[in-house]
Design a protein around this ligand. Structure first.
Ligand code: F6P
Length: 341
């Protein structure tokens, strides 16, 4: 059996660990052969393939990024996508696909599977927002990086008695903000799931200064103030129709300065959270996902996605994840008694 592997969407630490375990198990246990599709669905549409064997995956376990390249190409937006993908797979005698991706990549996989392409999905994203799985790999690494940044920001905030706003990734969900904010001892944690009240944020910041404490505000990039509190001049819609606000961190610092008369600065962590070596947990999870994905292909269990439930890796229908974002549960957010608007 020959399997093609692709990685789609934003990269994240652990992608190479999945590729490695897929290839090693598939080759050594089942005698499968592999090819890589370059740059996600783009490679499938344009017949751009890479050799993928034991030699290619040697030494890649601790490496961030993806040796296959990635893109946000949505094949369903291209004419004749199913035929073109089939042609690529046929040209290389590929029997099945392993698709490693987040919401958008797996959404396309769901549709292509319905149209008869044999594939198995593996969930990834630093955002941890893929429905159907308890955790995605990449998340733990991102939380570690953001936590370390918050630890460092505490000391400089205290030295200058300033508010430091830390903007972390998370367009649709506040998992990174919540986990890193709690782990780093932030004073205010703002997530997209709960529009915040800027007056309350400022009141909280002021009360921290009154007890001689320099506050740390952690905001997910998708956090938004309540209706009417912000002129959304920096609002744009991305290629998937998602509304994106640029610069919530900067906006918060400006508002805090203007309303409290105290100094504030912003640190936008950005892609630092996605780069570099995966944590031990992400290597563990990614490796297990890879092993189980190969087993699913061997069993002919197509149209499924491997998922973590508790400590078990299970297979679920890809359909269960499509169009659903796993957001932070309000009761979990409230559990910490952190500030919310
Ligand atoms: O989906 C992962 C993610 O890192 C989000 O947290 C972030 O909003 C987005 O990707 C950034 O995408 P890009 O690298 O394409 O700008």
């Amino acid at each position: 059996m020959k399997i093609a592997v692709l990685t789609g969407g934003g990269d994240c630490p652990g992608l190479n660990a999945v590729i490695r375990s897929v290839v090693r198990k598939g080759t050594q246990d089942y005698g499968f052969t592999f090819v890589g599709l370059r740059d996600g669905w783009l490679g499938a549409l344009h017949d751009s393939v890479l050799p993928l064997g034991i030699a290619e995956v040697r030494g890649i376990l601790p490496r961030g990024g993806t040796i296959l390249g990635s893109s946000r190409t949505n094949p369903l937006k291209h004419d004749d996508a199913v035929r073109r993908i089939r042609d690529t797979l046929d040209a290389h005698q590929v029997d099945a696909l392993i698709v490693i991706g987040g919401e958008d990549t797996l959404g396309a996989a769901t549709e292509l599977s319905r149209q008869g392409i044999k594939l198995v999905g593996v969930p990834k994203t630093i955002d941890n927002d893929v429905a159907g799985t308890d955790y995605t790999f990449g998340f733990d690494t991102a939380v570690g990086i953001a936590t370390e940044a918050i630890d460092r920001l505490h000391t400089t905030a205290e030295s200058h008695m300033r508010t430091l706003v830390v903007e972390v990734m998370g367009r649709h969900s506040g998992w990174i903000a919540l986990h890193a904010g709690v782990a780093g001892g932030a004073n205010v944690i703002l997530v997209p799931e709960r529009p915040f009240d800027i007056d309350q944020v400022c009141a909280w910041v002021k009360s921290r200064f009154e007890i001689n404490y320099a506050p740390i505000v952690v905001a997910a990039e998708g956090a938004v103030p309540k209706e009417g509190q912000m002129i959304l001049k920096d609002r744009s819609v991305d290629e998937y129709g998602h509304v994106r606000l640029s610069g919530i961190g900067e906006w918060l610092a400006q508002e805090i300065e203007g309303r409290t008369g105290t100094e504030a600065r912003t640190t936008v962590l950005g892609h630092v959270q996605r780069g570099g070596t995966p944590s031990a947990f992400d290597r563990w999870l990614a490796t297990r996902y890879g092993l189980h994905a190969v087993d699913a292909v061997k069993d002919g269990d197509f149209g499924t996605m491997v998922a973590l439930r508790g400590t078990d890796i299970v297979r679920i229908p890809l359909d269960e994840t499509r169009g659903r974002t796993k957001v932070v549960d309000p009761s979990l957010y409230d559990e910490f008694g952190v500030f919310f608007g």
